[in-house]
Design a protein around this ligand. Structure first.
Ligand SMILES: CC(C)(COP(=O)(O)OP(=O)(O)OC[C@H]1O[C@@H](n2cnc3c(N)ncnc32)[C@H](O)[C@@H]1OP(=O)(O)O)[C@@H](O)C(=O)NCCC(=O)NCCS
Length: 173
């Protein structure tokens, strides 16, 4: 368990699978959080989480002090040789969007990557139309490092994906 300001990161347990499945059925959530767009079936979620390689993937549920589980977050594809990983976050309870939780959770997760896992770089991909996501990452110190041109096809249109990252020596600058 990892303690943040008003929340904890806890391990994902089987009772969470249904909750995650329900979040993934929401059109708006899928619109923004579609890096693993194919993982929307309950069986696929169960299969993936039951067989997660914990050496390379740290996945947590985000639980508030009052016991409400508002989302999940992860450091995935950990590359121990090059000292980096990919950050993912989903506040699945939409009534908790834009209330500052994203920023707090991301900062804590980045601290965990740098100070507990001793990694050097945390990177991520975000859809170019995900303004809130991009703002949130920028506020946490992430910088844009590249653009995947027209990598996403949505409703008859192509969109860029933005690659962002933060380096260990940039934290708190
Ligand atoms: C993206 C996400 C993690 C952001 O977390 P959040 O708790 O909603 O965001 P925060 O309240 O921490 O806001 C962070 C910043 O985003 C900006 N922001 C907030 N709401 C916004 C909105 N509706 N539109 C544009 N920008 C917005 C603000 O600049 C804010 O910082 P400020 O409050 O200091 O001004 C969360 O909304 C989420 O999980 N969304 C769905 C899934 C997703 O997009 N995941 C990321 C995929 S890469």
């Amino acid at each position: 368990m990892i303690k943040g300001e008003g929340f904890i990161f806890r391990n994902i347990v089987e009772e969470d699978y249904k909750r995650i499945y329900e979040w993934f059925q929401d059109e708006e959530i899928r619109y923004y959080y579609s890096i693993r767009n194919t993982l929307v079936g309950y069986k696929q979620i169960e299969e993936r989480l039951n067989h997660l390689d914990y050496n390379k993937n740290k996945e947590f549920m985000i639980e508030l002090e009052n016991g409400i589980t508002i989302g999940k977050c992860a450091l995935n594809s950990i590359d121990w040789i090059n000292s980096n990983c990919e950050l993912e976050i989903l506040i699945g309870q939409k009534d908790y969007w834009s209330k500052g939780y994203g920023k707090k959770v991301i900062r804590k997760l980045v601290e965990y990557a740098f100070y507990n896992l001793n990694l050097y770089c945390v990177h991520l991909k975000v859809h170019s139309f995900n303004e809130r996501g991009i703002k949130c990452y920028e506020k946490c110190g992430f910088e844009q490092e590249g653009v995947l041109r027209n990598r996403l096809y949505r409703d008859g249109k192509y969109y860029n994906q933005i690659i962002m990252s933060i380096l260990n020596d940039q934290l708190n600058k």
